[in-house]
Design a protein around this ligand. Structure first.
Ligand code: ADP
Length: 275
């Protein structure tokens, strides 16, 4: 199968010195749900900004559907790869929510009725219709995050990058975000999410990629990567809580010895009921 998006040996340095990306390669396949993990400063945000064309890597290549994206074609990248910034204030620019969400499709020079249709769809999707005439900067952190997600939904990008999307959300906001992510995945979008929430990564992702010091330290299923004590130690990551509980149950012979650790509390409850 052809990857939808590929990064090959990306290198990037900010003015301040040490490389933020020091040879990052990754193949992304359509429909994947990838958790991008790693300590602060590991290069996750820089990687996302290169994938979306906001930053141009100093060397290395990005390919879409197997075709290299050169500097001139970077606009194509931001059409097909949408990014939700960690800080919504870095993304939001317009004076009303509706104007904000229409900004991207208008830049694509789409007909007016298509722009209006996309804005309505994105506002419905993120339950933002009651806010459409409000100035985005007066909204709460969680509401602004919803506006920044509506922004990229209106672009209809197939690949969506979320940079620590839950960072400023309360538990209700986190639940809403997870529902939106599940729906986007069910609709076939390809999702990459950087997060420090190991429990979320374990239950949600189909693949876990760990960054450390500008490189990819590990790449595989969440079950394998998050069980690797050496990777967790080197990247200063915590094991998912469910894995700890699973070990405790297994040590007491309370779960089938050959079963894999379930990915959610519900799946664990079902397994215990069956035993
Ligand atoms: P992460 O998202 O994993 O926290 P970043 O990509 O933000 O990592 O940062 C990678 C490295 O690049 C860090 O050393 C960070 O200090 C540096 N860096 C990030 N943004 C900038 C910037 N705008 N100017 C200078 N250095 C930066």
């Amino acid at each position: 199968m052809q990857p939808i998006l590929q990064a090959k040996d990306l290198r990037f340095c900010y003015d301040s010195g040490a490389p933020a990306l020091d040879g990052v390669s990754l193949d992304v396949y359509a429909g994947e749900r990838i958790a991008v993990l790693g300590p602060n400063g590991a290069g996750k945000s820089t990687f996302f900004l290169c994938l979306n064309g906001v930053l141009a890597p100093e060397s290395g290549q990005i390919l879409l559907d197997g075709k290299p994206v050169d500097r001139k074609a970077r606009k194509k990248l931001c059409e097909r790869v949408g990014i939700v910034f960690q800080n919504a204030d870095d993304q939001i620019i317009a004076s009303t929510v509706a104007a904000e969400v229409s900004f991207g499709p208008m830049n694509l020079r789409l007909p007016r009725d298509e722009v209006a249709r996309r804005v309505d769809h994105a506002l419905d999707y993120m339950e933002l219709q009651p806010f459409r005439a409000r100035p985005p900067h007066d909204l709460s952190g969680g509401e602004k995050k919803r506006v920044s997600i509506a922004d990229i939904l209106a672009m209809q990008s197939e690949i969506l990058l979320f940079d620590e999307p839950a960072a400023s959300l309360d538990p209700t906001g986190e639940e809403r975000l997870e529902r939106v992510l599940a729906r986007l995945s069910d609709e076939g979008r390809t999702l990459l999410i950087s997060t420090h929430d190991m429990d979320f990564a374990f239950r949600w992702a189909t693949r876990a990629v760990v960054f450390c010091a500008g490189r990819v330290l590990a790449d595989g299923t969440p079950q394998a990567v998050l069980a690797d004590a050496d990777v967790l130690r080197r990247a200063h990551l915590r094991r998912p809580l469910l894995m700890e509980v699973w070990d405790t149950l297994r040590a007491r012979d309370l779960v089938p010895p050959d079963a894999a650790c379930p990915r959610s509390p519900d799946a664990l409850a079902r397994l215990l009921d069956e035993k």
